[in-house]
Design a protein around this ligand. Sequence first.
Ligand code: ARG
Length: 588
Amino acid sequence: MEKDLQNKIGHIIREKFHIDDFTPELIPTKKGFEGDITLPVFPLVKQLRRNPEEIAEIIGETLIRSEAYIDKYNVVGGFLNLTYTPQYFLEKVKKHALEENFGLNRVDKTQPATMVEYSSPNTNKPLHLGHIRNNLLGYSISEIIKATGKPVIKTQIINDRGIHICKSMLAWQKFGHGETPETTGIKGDHLVGKYYVEFDKHYRKQVAELTEKGMPEAQAKKEAPLMKEAQAMLRKWEEGDPETRQLWEMMNRWVLEGFAETYKELGVDFDVEYFESDTYLLGKKIVEKGLEKGIFYRKEDGSVWVDLTDEGLDEKLLLRADGTSVYITQDLGTAVKRFAEFDIDTLIYVVGNEQDYHFKVLFAILKKLGYSWAEKLYHLSYGMVELPHGKMKSREGTVVDADDLMKEMTETAGKISEELGKLEGFDEEEKKSLYIIIGIAALKYYILKVDPKKGILFDPKKSIDFNGNTGPFLQYAYVRIRSILNKAGEFEPDWNKSTVLDEREKSLIKALLRFPEVLALSAEGLNPAILANYIYDIVKKYNVLYQNLPILQAEESQRNLRLALSLWTGNVIRNGLKLLGIDVPDKM
Ligand code: ARG
């Protein structure tokens, strides 16, 4: 954090102890000790054969004499705790408070990019709650990485071919009576999803009929006429049968138009899209090549496999006996295509933890095939999101639909806002857009504040609580800061040299200064929760100040300082939330 101080200390160690190759590590002073920043001297003890207190004393003594911004020091064991002068902090406020984009870096386009794949749905049904977590994580991690200066390419793989899509297509053909999104007014992805459910209904019936006649269930599932028809349809698709392709294109278009609306409402976007139908053939070719090289092997029935037992994994099917490709086949093609088409040095797959094994296998295969970039693949695996039982059911009955959930959030935001009755002066349009901003923020923040690895129990009511660690609470804090600044009008970020710094001000300044470091940590850890909880911490610190110290009524020098701090805090809240995909309203 403190490069300058680090250099100074390095210099002292060279001068006083004649050690050249030592890089001092500075850490924030531990709670309960006096100081702002601490140097642990243990690493020097062995080389110098002196006791740690003595070493720390010498460094502290020298710093105090040579550095005007070090106020005092104390030594506890092998720790040298340093306290900055108030002036040091006041200078930082002057420097950063007016920076609109404090802590944000411009993207350095000369660097290779990080590619982030997220959402990546199948085209047989609409997006659900799981996709929402996926989208929010992928989007915010992309934005956070960009804010640290690295280029990012946001992408998806759209799994637009395969047996699942054929099921929807077949059911539509049989039971759809030519329905379209236009004739029914149903959003395209939901219409296709309806037929996926329809397929399942009829299929189950057939399976039940067969088992009643005495057929074992596993066999019945294979023999059911609808399943056979769906498989025949998939073969026809792979052969390029024009009628099948036409139906497929039409229904895929419906779905993709529906997805586009959902993405828009959720505020996420993509720079480039990959379609499984464009990459699976390349995947097949890669499998053939691996087969020739003896990396894969063919079983008697003609299916192709890879043996990963050496890596502690299983044997894995790569191509079925009938030559059709499986889920992982396209992933081989897609990865190769991505690294060929873009200057990327990292590819992050944001996918739920139920696919942990899939990605282990995928990465192992790509390594076996000898791709140098196979080391640069990363699976950002996240936990499930569940709802308190019985709270909300989707149209299709099993999972929570993304569109329904967003609508519900907006409605709840509206209800709560009206109950609180803070909306005088808002016209209907403004109210509507405010409810969306609040409702979506509640949803996003509730999900993003949790470590990606952990599961979430999503409680819509709790997420909109204006008093907890929630999106709306942070939005409200921002709006209040804006209103203070508006009331204050123009002010000079200037104060007396003698201005004293209250502990609460100092604590806020120290926290604000950490913003760039927090972004770096979130980016490195692929963890937006670090940023989310940091913003909450900033707001709490600001609120302590706001509740205990006068701002507008304070004496001029103090007033200017506190207004500057308010401005800086507001910027960090707004910019931080933006990276989480959360907007702030002007008033609420
Ligand atoms: N479409 C898949 C599913 O819904 C997820 C795709 C994940 N990404 C990948 N490259 N395999 O389960």
